[in-house]
Ligand binder design. Structure first.
Ligand code: ADP
Length: 233
């Protein structure tokens, strides 16, 4: 079933990579979610299905209506012949995960959902997260860091997040990425996210130092203090 599903999803999302939601992201989320699942004692079959299918109706790729009704995930689950119980569980996970859902106060409730959500968010962190953020910005024609742009200190609501048009990609670390470890839902997710957050903080410190940007170095320090983030050395 694994190979069949991988084939379906990879054919279906052939053109999605430029948005950071392509097959390489999905394969990393599947692998991380399965590793978390083993540690947390969850149902790995459900975790695997939800991890593979979590992008096939994403609002950024397919619009809000598909994100609500999940037609592609339903179709794939039907062709795999899974039980009605598993179908309901997997669709429930996909419907309730994602950062935009979190901003609306919606979160997955089952252990399997929490695991897939944590793995998905962890993939926006660490070295992979830095590269995805860089690639996403480039796909929108933005530069990665502009030291002449002042840090924006505003909170981002769900609607504003959907429409947001940053001047440069580094702002996104402060709007979302560095805050993700706080919203992990499992112990495995917390541990992995903390390690990855640390990598990103070290990266930003070095970037700002190399760019000679005291304003951004000060902002990083202030941000870490405000959010009680203590990087390990
Ligand atoms: P999610 O799948 O959790 O909703 P997004 O679609 O917002 O995540 O983001 C997908 C990838 O693109 C992430 O790695 C994220 O960091 C990056 N990304 C999203 N928005 C921006 C942005 N404004 N600037 C830079 N990178 C972004």
């Amino acid at each position: 079933m694994n190979k069949k599903l991988q084939g379906y999803v990879s054919d279906f999302l052939r053109d999605a990579d430029e948005h950071g939601h392509g097959m390489s992201h999905i394969e990393r989320v599947v692998a991380m979610a399965l590793a978390f699942s083993e540690k947390e004692g969850a149902d790995s079959h459900v975790v695997m299905l939800a991890a593979y299918l979590h992008e096939v109706d994403d609002y950024k790729l397919f619009g809000d209506e598909d994100a609500d009704t999940l037609p592609h995930a339903r179709e794939f689950l039907l062709s795999l012949g899974v039980s009605a119980e598993i179908e309901v569980h997997v669709l429930d996970i996909i419907k309730n995960m994602g950062y935009n859902k979190y901003l609306k106060g919606i979160r997955p409730s089952s252990l399997e959902g929490k695991i897939v959500s944590d793995a998905d968010m962890c993939d926006a962190l660490g070295v992979t997260g830095i590269l995805r953020c860089h690639d996403f910005g480039r796909s929108k024609g933005r530069i990665f860091f502009d030291s002449s742009v002042a840090p924006v200190r505003a909170e981002v609501s769900s609607e504003a997040y959907k429409k947001k048009d940053d001047q440069h990609s580094v702002q996104h670390f402060f709007d979302k990425l560095l805050l993700l470890p706080d919203i992990m839902m499992t112990k495995s997710g917390c541990d992995e996210a903390a390690k990855r957050q640390n990598v990103m903080i070290g990266f930003l410190e070095n970037l700002f130092r190399e760019e000679g940007s005291q304003i951004w170095l000060d902002y990083l320090k202030e941000f870490l203090e405000e959010h009680k983030i203590v990087p390990s050395v």
